[in-house]
Design a protein around this ligand. Sequence first.
Ligand SMILES: O=P(O)(O)OC[C@H]1O[C@H](OP(=O)(O)OP(=O)(O)O)[C@H](O)[C@@H]1O
Ligand SMILES: O=c1[nH]c(=O)c2nc[nH]c2[nH]1
Ligand SMILES: [Mg+2]
Length: 171
Amino acid sequence: MSDEHPPQPKAFPVSWDQFHRDARALAWRLSGQGEWEAIVCITRGGLVPAAIVARELGIRVIETVGVASYHEYKEQGSLVVLKGVDPKITALGGGEGKGVLIIDDLVDTGSTARIVREMLPKAHFATVYAKPKGRPLVDTFITEVSQDTWIYFPWDMGLTFQPPISKGTLG
Ligand SMILES: O=P(O)(O)OC[C@H]1O[C@H](OP(=O)(O)OP(=O)(O)O)[C@H](O)[C@@H]1O
Ligand SMILES: O=c1[nH]c(=O)c2nc[nH]c2[nH]1
Ligand SMILES: [Mg+2]
C-alpha cells in the first residue's frame, strides 16, 4: 500500500479457487465480444488471469507490459514503465492495438490502466476486479468492490493458524 493506496478498512480475501472462477467468468464475458489476436498482460498481477483467459479463449500470442508503482521505484506516487509493449503488438489490427486484449488483476485508482491505455488506445481493457475510481477505464470486469476495500490475492497469502473464536479478541 502507499499514499495513493492508504490502509483500507475492508478486506476482500480471494482464494485460488475463487480467483480461478472469477477469471474464467471474465473469459466467458470476453468470448462474446470478438476475436482477440493477442493478450498484453500487465505484470505482475495480470499474469495469472492472463494465463486463464488465454487458455479459455485459445490465445497463444501473449505479451507483457511491466508497470511498477509507488515506493518500489523512484519517488512515491509515480509509475515507472519497466517494460514497454513490442511494436509488433501495437501495430496489430492496423495500429494502436486494435484486436488486442489487455489483462490485469484489478483496477484501483486507474493510474496503471491510464498509462497502458495510452500505449494501446484501441485495445480492449479487461480486469477481474474493479474499484469505482478505476472502473471508467475498464471495458470489461467481473466484480466491483468499494474504494475502501483491499483485495488480498491468493499469491500474496498463505495458510496461518486461526485462534478459536472463544479465545479471540471479539466479544
Ligand atoms: O489502478 P491502480 O491504482 O494503478 O492499481 C492497480 C494496479 O496495482 C497493482 O499492481 P502493482 O503496481 O501493485 O504491482 P504488481 O502487479 O506487480 O503487484 C494491480 O496489479 C494493478 O496493476
Ligand atoms: O493486492 C492488491 N490489492 C488491492 O486492492 C490493490 N489496489 C492496488 N493494488 C493492489 N494490490
Ligand atoms: Mg499490477
